[in-house]
Design a protein around this ligand. Sequence first.
Ligand code: COI
Length: 358
Amino acid sequence: NTVREEALKKIKLNLTKESRIGEIDFNNLQFGKKYADHMLVADFDGQEWKNAEILPFQHLSVSPSNAAWHYGQAIFEGIKAYKDQEGEPMIFRPYDNYARFNISAERMGMPSVPEWLFIGGMDLLIDADRKWVPANQGSSLYLRPFMIAADEFIGVKPSDTYKFVIITSPSGPYFNKPIKLLVQDKYIRAFPGGVGYAKAAGNYGGAMYPTMQAKKQGYDQILWVDGAAFKNLQECGTMNVFVIIGNKAITPDLTQGTILAGVTRASVMDILTDMGLTVEERPISIEEVVAAWKDGSLKEVFGTGTASSVAYVEQLDYKENLIKLDTTKYSVGAEVIERLDAIRTGRAEDTRNWNYKV
Ligand code: COI
């Protein structure tokens, strides 16, 4: 593996023998609360990436004038690693997240990250923390690569210097029960020409307040719709959305640049096709969903994301329409989860080469 060889040449390994893994209860993993023994850091000096190092997980020392904190040049990714049937770690579709990371970087005026650092670095990091990759069903090692501006300057301009970091967290499911979504006509997440397609920290920051309001009313998340007509479904902020109407699986298309191109979304589209459903990637309005609910053809609604995998929607509210769905009858969602899990853990043949063996 040439990427790995290049990474071994360029990344300094500063590993600890003192593992904290004894503190982890692998049978009761929450999402994103505990971190593995090591992390990767690297600096962009304005010209090139250097000082790449895998070292014990620790705090970063950052100036109060760090540009990321003031103007939000900050992007990230979410990726998962699983164990195969022999207990060896595999990363699910890291090249897709790598491509998206550099798309986010471009939109935010940040430098791209080379393959040896992102893919090779992740490979070496997981190799160092192999025993942190959970083997139990529904759990995985969640990988969080991110990049932040590093200039110590509070004038508004793209930073010259940046920091790239990967941390990893043994995690259980993001949602452990079916969720309730609200479609509202007040706040918007993204608009054409904006940054909705980038995995930029600010997209999440901007969603906090509207989501707090929705949570107060008992919802888990907002299902965002377009900001012009408040009609066409976009995404949930942490997940893409699929609607099963009859034998069709419909998911909003990405052409407006307002939706994150989910790697789980793309995988689920392929799996649904394998299952014999007709997959339609197109604009879908909330009125269409309501009409399908009224005539009985709305079968399932679920969200897909790296963190959340496949999350069943048991309630979807839009104005006076309170859509309740019986998630115990979700045969399509259940089969999608089963097939996805089987591929990610090596129980099923990986016909599309999605798994990267560490
Ligand atoms: C994901 O990794 O699925 C994300 O979108 C990040 C998240 C925890 C919201």
